[in-house]
Design a binder for this molecule. Structure first.
Ligand SMILES: [Zn+2]
Ligand SMILES: [Zn+2]
Length: 217
């Protein structure tokens, strides 16, 4: 799988373009905005878009999912249905944050923990990781040792939990029970900022490194 990261919107959200080189099929994870730039990156990849995948319902992650679906005709999968309330307020959020008129959408498929999503000949595993939002999911490629984790975990930080239905305890549990077991060598692409590895965060992330959590226990 070939991966390119395209930071989009004023929030510099990491939209990921995943390409299965064997079948020349692609998936886009978290098209927050700048649909023309996303379509241009797809054109340059030479691959045909097959799926739009969403980690959670925040507007910087799914702001142009509706427009991208309309213009390409491919289905939207994710997040978990607990984020329906966020997706339903997409247009208002977009206006409030100066992102203009966004096209409302409803995902073609809501995801559950343990589901998998497919594009080309590839399979991504789905883990439900509530806390930042109640319906947040992450996508994991076992073959590539790579996870797209949205706003669950960042290099040196974790997702904010002060927004509606955020839950700090749930977020910490999601990180320790759903991300750590993927293994230290796994590389993750966060929703914002640089990529990192699970091992690096367990070592040095001030919020969730092993030493910080041992102090809380
Ligand atoms: Zn978010
Ligand atoms: Zn975000």
């Amino acid at each position: 799988m070939k991966v390119s990261i395209l930071p989009v919107t004023a929030f510099q959200q990491n939209c990921s373009i995943l390409v299965d080189e064997a079948s020349c099929r692609a998936a886009v994870v978290d098209p927050g905005g700048e649909v023309d730039a996303i379509l241009e990156a797809l054109r340059q990849s030479g691959a045909e878009l097959e799926k739009i995948l969403i980690t959670h319902g925040h507007v910087d992650h799914c702001g142009c999912a509706g427009e991208l679906r309309r213009r390409t005709g491919v289905p939207v999968e994710g997040p978990h249905e607990e984020d329906r309330f966020w997706i339903e307020q997409l247009a208002e959020s977009g206006m409030r944050l100066g992102m203009g008129a966004l096209e409302p959408f409803t995902p073609d498929r809501w995801l559950e923990d343990g589901d998998s999503v497919r594009f080309g000949r590839l399979i991504l595993e789905v883990r439900h990781c509530p806390g930042h939002t109640p319906g947040h999911v992450i996508f994991y490629s076992k073959n590539d040792h790579l996870a797209m984790v949205g706003d669950v975990l960042f290099q040196g930080s974790i997702g904010r939990t002060d927004l509606p239905r955020g839950d700090h305890g749930a977020l910490i549990r999601s990180i320790t029970t759903r991300l750590w077991p993927l293994g230290n060598e796994v590389v993750f692409i966060p929703g914002h900022g640089p990529v990192s590895t699970i091992g690096e965060e367990r070592q040095s992330n001030p919020y969730v490194c092993d030493r910080a959590l041992a102090r809380l226990a």
